[in-house]
Design a protein around this ligand. Structure first.
Ligand SMILES: Nc1ncnc2c1ncn2[C@@H]1O[C@H](COP(=O)(O)OP(=O)(O)OP(=O)(O)O)[C@@H](O)[C@H]1O
Length: 242
């Protein structure tokens, strides 16, 4: 792989950070690290950025160990070798959510809420003022399609959210929001970052899979469609909308 290809994700991430003012000097950023490739690359990229650039911020990661992943050993070894701070929060709630799915709960929704609550409380207790999540351009487009298909609403995922709640640190940033999954996969392979497999039975959520398939079909007919969609959203002509 060419060097420019390896660095493509970094260029796209920096552009997003600058365009939406995601990072300010003095920030203490806690990355939600699932063990998957997106947040794995996010943690690596922010760690590099904090060491070699003029952004002046600190970064560490928290993994919520909810009981639905394979062994975390390689992640822990990576943290020690690269001298990167990875905290672990052990709370095996995921099995209980599976059991309650039968009662009409959405396990994925509840799991995401619980993880977010844990991240927020940890951030507050340890003086982190921002939480960074690994959502990508593909997550953004899938969410947008799902919102149209399921709720008749045009909404994606914002690059920065400022939430007020009793749980604490309410600023959530998504520096990979305009980075495509292909660049992420390539970078993770080249950098040999550790990837922990999820054992969650819901990880291929049906509605998200449908949205993903649809985007794949559009890309096959119209190469560059995803990029063009993002460009269109940044150039909205509100005088011609309803
Ligand atoms: N167990 C966890 N502990 C800490 N943060 C998490 C955990 N699971 C998810 N997150 C955070 O929430 C984000 C969105 O979660 P989601 O399950 O949609 O992940 P994803 O899109 O598959 O990304 P990844 O490749 O990072 O797992 C992740 O990118 C990560 O930042």
């Amino acid at each position: 792989m060419q060097r420019w290809e390896q660095m493509l994700y970094m260029k796209q991430m920096r552009r997003t950070i600058d365009a939406y003012h995601l990072i300010e000097p003095g920030d203490r950023i806690l990355v939600g690290l699932s063990g998957g490739k997106d947040s794995g690359l996010l943690f690596h990229a922010l760690s590099e950025l904090s060491r070699f650039s003029g952004y002046h911020f600190e970064v560490a990661a928290l993994t919520v160990v909810h009981g639905m992943t394979e062994s975390l050993d390689s992640l822990i070894q990576y943290g020690q070798k690269a001298e990167r701070q990875i905290y672990l929060h052990q709370e095996a709630f995921a099995n209980r959510l599976q059991a309650s799915e039968a009662d009409g709960f959405s396990a994925c929704y509840t799991c995401a809420r619980m993880r977010k609550g844990i991240l927020k409380r940890f951030a507050k207790a340890n003086a982190f003022n921002k939480i960074a999540l690994g959502h990508t351009r593909d997550d953004f487009l899938e969410t947008m399609l799902m919102n149209v298909m399921q709720h008749g609403r045009l909404a994606g995922i914002p690059p920065i959210t400022r939430e007020k709640s009793s749980e604490g640190a309410g600023v959530i940033i998504r520096p990979l929001l305009l980075v495509d999954e292909k660049s992420i996969t390539k970078a993770v392979e080249t950098l040999k970052l550790p990837i922990i497999k999820s054992t969650c039975p819901y990880s291929a959520e049906k509605a998200r899979k449908t949205a993903d398939d649809l985007i794949g079909k559009l890309e096959a007919v119209l190469p560059g469609f995803s990029e063009q969609w993002i460009t269109a959203l940044q150039n909205m002509d509100t005088t011609r909308l309803l």
